[in-house]
Design a protein around this ligand. Structure first.
Ligand code: CDT
Length: 299
């Protein structure tokens, strides 16, 4: 039997001046709540330790470096690692990473048994690198992060094959296909998605729809589970969507957050159900036609 309960732990807003230790205490509370509901895995959002700092233009490293983690775990995050080990619950966590050689990434890790067993660095970085003062909120991911250099890894965890992507990655079919081709059975992701999209405000009312459209298509077209956790609510004057959800390989949403605050949702994930899709309509070996997809890898 390869079934277990998985949780998505949505976060409400994190204030700019909220200390990391206070955020980690919130994460620990959500992990306990997930554990009480029988979860073996809990998924936290993108950049889950801080406010979504790319909404501010900063010029000096002295100003933006404090948003980054230089080690993982580190003393402030250690209580979450300890709790995960004590409760026997694995977790996915997004954070801003600065490497020892001075590179900056938007990163997610998977931690099982107190050890980091999976790592991903965001590949599709949205937004802009320059200060666009006409925007009510900046989206400066292209300024603060380098494109991820780890590809789309698939690794062993929770008794199956796992993958990760981060926020904007979920809008790209190539992300899901790479993870699907790698054999992922469950993909975990976090997101910070502003309700207001300044370049095309006429699409603001579609933000929740486009989120679900992307997650459901990714799950169905690759026959895998998708666990998506939002950072939500009004954060420093900027509204972020909620809608954290758990999607089955059929594309059906089995659980969906009802608030834009801290909230745990759970569903039973049976990894063997991937075969319902992967042995049938999307049996890659039988039906895929890569010889006709050359344009996909041409620039
Ligand atoms: N965090 C992140 O990737 N957010 C983007 C915002 C839209 S582009 C400015 C997203 O795709 O949800």
């Amino acid at each position: 039997d390869r079934s277990f309960i998985t949780a998505a732990a949505q976060l409400g807003p994190i204030a700019r001046n909220e200390p990391r230790a206070a955020v980690v205490a919130r994460l620990c509370g959500l992990m306990r709540c997930a554990h009480e509901q029988g979860a073996r895995v809990v998924v936290f959002p993108e950049l889950a330790l801080t406010t979504f700092f790319p909404r501010w233009f900063m010029e000096d490293a002295a100003e933006f470096d404090p948003w980054f983690e230089t080690a993982m775990p580190n003393p402030v995050v250690q209580p979450l690692f300890d709790l995960g080990r004590d409760l026997n619950i694995a977790f996915h966590l997004g954070y801003a990473e600065k490497t020892s050689d001075g590179r900056y990434f938007n990163t997610a890790i998977f931690v099982e048994g107190g050890q980091v067993t999976g790592k991903y660095r965001k590949i599709h970085l949205p937004g802009h690198a320059d200060h666009q003062t006409w925007r009510p909120c900046q989206h400066l991911e292209k300024r603060y992060f380098e494109k991820g250099d780890l590809g789309f890894p698939v690794f062993d965890g929770a008794g199956g094959k796992l993958g990760m992507c981060i926020c904007n990655d979920r809008r790209w079919p190539e992300t899901w296909r790479m993870l699907g081709l790698g054999g992922a059975e469950m993909v975990m992701l976090g997101y910070n998605t502003p309700l207001h999209y300044p370049p095309a405000p006429e699409h603001d009312h579609l933000q929740y729809f486009h989120n679900e459209l992307s997650l459901q298509a990714g799950a169905y077209q690759n026959g895998m589970w998708v666990i998506a956790a939002a950072k939500a609510g009004r954060e420093e004057g900027c509204d972020l969507i909620g809608g954290s959800c758990i999607v089955a390989p059929t594309g059906e949403i089995l659980a969906r957050a009802a608030t834009v605050a801290d909230e745990v949702i759970t569903a039973r994930v049976d990894l063997d159900r991937c075969a319902e899709i992967r042995r049938n309509v999307f049996d890659f070996a039988q039906h895929r036609q890569p010889g006709d997809y050359g344009l996909l890898t041409r620039t």
